[in-house]
Write a protein that binds this ligand. Sequence first.
Ligand code: PA5
Length: 421
Amino acid sequence: MLRLDTRFLQGFPEALSQHASLLEEARERLLAKRKTPGSMLGWMDLPEDTETLREVRRYREANPWVEDFVLVGIGGSALGPKALEAAFHEGGVRFHYLDHVEPEPVLRLLRDLDPGKTLVNAVSKSGSTAETLAGLAVLLKWLRAHLGEAWRRHLVVTTDPEEGPLRAFAEREGLKAFAIPKEVGGRFSVLSPVGLLPLAFAGADLDALLMGARKANETALAPLEESLPLKTALLLHLHRHLPVHVFMVYSERLRHLPSWFVQLHDESLGKVDQRGQRVGTTAVPALGPQDQHAQVQLFREGPLDKLLALVIPEAPVEDLEIPEVEGLKAASYLFGKTLFRLLQAEAEATYRALAEAGQKVYALYLSEVSPYAVGWLLQHLMWQTAFLGELWGVNAFDQPGVELGKRLTFALLGRPGYGEG
Ligand code: PA5
């Protein structure tokens, strides 16, 4: 369950009816593109894809020997799995992410791993990202050196269904390869095999995750007053003059979620619009309560240039009482209360303190940090982003700035066809 609270934002939800036609038109424009090839709206259909779920489960069951799972990928190919695995890992398999190219941590990882118990998952939609191919090459050499011909069982690929160097490599070597649907881009791919495969090895409840995402689809298409993604998109739209959008999550299990959101928001919406204007707001990740002791001072007394979204769980899955300690009188107000009660009080205190300081702030309450609620939240945020793309007149599904960086890297390293090395 996901619930919006705008108690400190004057004029909301009245603004909803005032902007009804703007929102309805944005939704119609978006949905009208749904069947147009290349519009990259395939993420809307991922929660219904039970065939892929079965394929992922079969693969998981066929590979009970895996003790270490190494995901090689970057950006949208790593941030979603990392966020969900941290939240719902049920123990057993250990996870490692090669989403960087710093040599020392790579060497440390290789020293620690047992190749015979390791599964490498190379993830890239384009199949050509330099960081991912470099990591794959290093791991491949290591697997081959230790396992000889048996290496093939230790590498699984997740990539475009037909094209790209990684697909071609998988076919040439006869590797198991999962498909990221053509119409699904990197930062919208968390509910494709990009996220589902690692989560199957993490033992997460995939049915509940997808069920939650289906609920988000339902609310996105619901009448305006019940359409949560249209409401939060309007909130961001009405505050687009504030350059900073803080996304603060009160959950240690969801500690990597803000980074996933930052990519989704910034890479989708930071663009030149149809009129040639630069648009976008800068998403800033924050974690509660840790950042109460780091960023919240600035949020409270620094510039009033922010829209803050607080994501707060309403109930724990498990809780722990704070026991009484003799000789620690200063903490007696805590004794007998639970850790979750403290977490909730901190979130509420921050919420009130920010509103009192004059910052624009709202809360999104999660019924609890469960696969169902988080699946709902992720898909909700994808809809929010897609609606904002329409409201701001940008294509939320391309990333010309990122592609430019990739091309310049290729040129600097002498990739044929991209200039000199
Ligand atoms: O959202 C996106 O499309 C990008 O951030 C990509 O995920 C990122 O650049 C990695 O690309 P690829 O999956 O092609 O390796």
